[in-house]
Structures are given as C-alpha cells and as structure tokens.
Design a protein around this ligand. Structure first.
Ligand SMILES: Nc1ncnc2c1ncn2[C@@H]1O[C@H](COP(=O)(O)OP(=O)(O)O)[C@@H](O)[C@H]1O
Ligand SMILES: [Mg+2]
Length: 257
C-alpha cells in the first residue's frame, strides 16, 4: 500500500495561468493513447518546467485521468521543498534516486495524494551525476511500469542546455512539452533544444510560452514584480553562469568517472 503525501504549501495560480494550463491539458488529452510518458523540458533553468509539470499533473488528475508526476530533475530538484511535501505516516520521504540507487521498493517511493487520480514520485536526495542512474535498465523499466499503470506519466526534468540528462530522459519518453520563457530564451537556444529532442528521438508535442507579463492575478502580479525587479537584464551575465554551476551539487554516483 502506498503512503499518502500532503502538500503544506500550494502557490495560488492566477486565473490566466489556470486557464492556460487547462488549455494545455485539453491539448495533451488529444495526443492519443500511445502518448503516455511526457517530459516537461526547457533549455534553461527557471523557465517554469516544474511549475507547469505540477499544474498539468494536477489538472489531469482532477479530470480523473490517472496521472503520476515524476521528479526526474535529480541534480536540483525543488519539488519537496517548494511544496512542503511530507508523508502521512511521518516517515522519511524516499524518491527517485532512492528507488534507482538504493533498491528501494516502488511502493516505498510512489506516494498517493489528496487527488484520487494523482500520485507522485518525488526526488529527495539530489545527486551530482545522475547519468548512470538515467542510463540504467531500472530507470527505463520504471517508466514502462508507470506507463502501464497510469494514463499519464509526467516527468519534470533538468534543463536541456546544461547536461545530457534531458536527452537521455527524452529518449525514453513518448513526447516532450518544451517550456520557453517569454522574452528571455534566445531563439538559437530554443532551436538547439528542438534539435536535441530530435536527436533523442523524442517527438515535440508542443511549446509553452511561459512567464509572459499579461495577467494581473494574484500569482502573476505578486511574483513578477519581485522577480523581474531582481533578475531581469542581469540574467545572461553572472547570474546565468551561477545557475549553470549550481547544477552541480549532491551525491556523486559516477564512481569518480
Ligand atoms: N507563469 C508563471 N508565473 C509566475 N511565476 C512563475 C511562472 N512560471 C514559473 N514561475 C516561477 O518561476 C520560478 C522558476 O520556475 P520553475 O518551475 O521552478 O522553473 P524550472 O523548473 O524550469 O527551473 C518558480 O519560483 C516559479 O514559481
Ligand atoms: Mg525545475
């Protein structure tokens, strides 16, 4: 029996964002029954992958399509922290890296939630080099097992531009939704990401233009002021470099290779 997880924090979405995700959900539901393993990916950090993955999963589960959200950003996952996720039984959380590297059982890592059709497989322990874990048979078999048990397997992933993890994951997925941050991601970078997905043999299912300053809802308004004040303009300078570097931290599974 899987344990239930609770979310302590839940950011409120603006009406515009809710609607945009709803349209995305409807589009996804037209893809056909072969498209089950869907990665949410982008070229760079902070484009909104994790937010879109979480909200799409939530809306799909609300629409009574059995869905699981897999946090496959094993280098820098923020899901557990950002949403304050904890287990109902009070025990320690285990996640994807535990399943892949410590031979934990699937039912110890997959958690049910308050959504009857929405389960999650979080990531708790970040690793420095997840390449070996992503290449392992255990990972591809896990995705197949999930796809057999859920209508949708949504994978939140690291940025394509930083490391090859995204391509490896893409190789195992039925398709990708590319998130592009409005006004920020250069076209050449986007083109490169599309080429990477092609190389990985992962069909591009759609592109989401995120973080465009339109709605004035709670989430947008509050967030944009603060965020853009701080980073806009400086992003491609030092901050960008730091983002790249900060992807390296956590447990090392490379065995020194
Ligand atoms: N459409 C949006 N409106 C407001 N804030 C957003 C939006 N998309 C992303 N954010 C915020 O931007 C930050 C980075 O988003 P996140 O989903 O973590 O990006 P990524 O997973 O691509 O690194 C988060 O704090 C998130 O809440
Ligand atoms: Mg993320």
């Amino acid at each position: 029996m899987n344990t239930k997880a609770f979310f302590t924090m839940d950011p409120e979405l603006s009406y515009a964002m809710e609607e945009a995700i709803n349209r995305l959900r409807i589009n996804v539901s037209f893809f056909g029954s072969d498209i089950r393993k869907i990665m949410i990916v982008s070229s760079e950090p902070d484009e909104g992958k994790s937010l879109v993955a979480m909200q799409l999963w939530r809306q799909m589960a609300n629409a009574e399509e059995r869905s699981i959200l897999v946090d496959a950003d094993m280098r820098k996952s923020v899901m557990v922290e950002q949403y304050g996720i904890y287990r109902e039984d009070g025990k320690e959380l285990w996640g994807l890296t535990h399943y892949l590297s410590d031979n934990k059982k699937i039912e110890d890592c997959v958690l049910t939630t308050e959504l009857s059709c929405g389960d999650i497989l979080p990531n708790v322990d970040n690793v420095v080099n997840p390449s070996l874990l992503l290449e392992s048979r255990r990972f591809s078999e896990l995705l197949d097992l999930l796809a057999a048990n859920y209508r949708y397997v949504f994978l939140d992933t690291p940025p394509l531009g930083l490391v090859s993890d995204g391509e490896r994951i893409g190789h195992l997925c039925d398709g990708a939704i590319l998130i592009v941050r409005g006004g920020m991601t250069p076209k050449s970078v986007i083109r490169n990401s599309i080429a990477q997905l092609e190389r990985a043999g992962c069909p591009l299912l759609g592109i989401v233009l995120n973080r465009v300053g339109v709605g004035k809802g709670k989430y947008y308004g509050k967030y944009y002021g603060k965020y853009y004040g701080k980073y806009y303009g400086k992003y491609y300078g030092k901050k960008r470099k730091k983002d790249y570097n900060s992807y390296y931290g956590g447990r090392d599974f490379s065995g020194g290779k």
